[in-house]
Write a new protein. Structure first.
Length: 173
């Protein structure tokens, strides 16, 4: 059976969450399996440009070893009360978009409200609601933690809905 490999990424410059899901190319409605998930951690004491270099290296390695075909990333959302957060997130997103483009991967950008709605049914769900729903959907023994991981899984799950049908290789993952 042909598999598609979709990577969800929750960007940040202290922690970037990631998740690699495998889904059936023939039956995309089947429950996907979680191949790998975690966070890239960056020291806040490092200059931003050094953290961006680390993100680029970590992400390139992840996408290569996972044989990703699709990269899903949260769209930039800027709240007027926290403009610096949006700028920092924008730096991380820029690296993610660049790495995916350089590797020739399909890129899907998803608004946070769409991800929450697709996974929980509520576009304004809490982080804990996303965690528990992701746990239930993938039959995980515990809620994914930290929330960067559950957000990345939710992004990948939503991306599967958007990505199908996609051309996939017949290689084994």
């Amino acid at each position: 059976m042909r598999q598609m490999r979709i990577v969800g990424i929750d960007p940040g410059l202290q922690r970037t969450g990631y998740a690699v899901l495998r889904a059936s190319a023939e039956r995309p409605s089947d429950t996907p399996s979680l191949a790998e998930a975690g966070v890239f951690r960056f020291k806040s004491s490092l200059p931003v440009h050094d953290r961006l270099v680390e993100l680029e290296q970590d992400l390139t390695a992840l996408l290569a070893r996972s044989q990703a075909q699709v990269v899903c990333v949260e769209k930039l959302y800027a709240h007027y009360a926290h403009p610096t957060t949006a700028i920092i997130m924008g730096h991380a997103r820029g690296v993610i978009l660049l790495v995916a483009a350089r590797m020739g991967l399909r890129l899907i950008e998803l608004p946070a409200t769409e991800v929450k709605r697709a996974v929980t049914g509520n576009g304004h769900a809490s982080k804990q609601q996303v965690q528990s729903t992701v746990q239930a959907l993938l039959a995980l023994p515990a809620p994914p933690s930290p929330t960067d991981v559950s957000d990345a899984i939710a992004i990948a799950l939503t991306g599967i809905q958007r990505a199908t049908p996609i051309p996939v290789s017949s290689g084994h993952a």
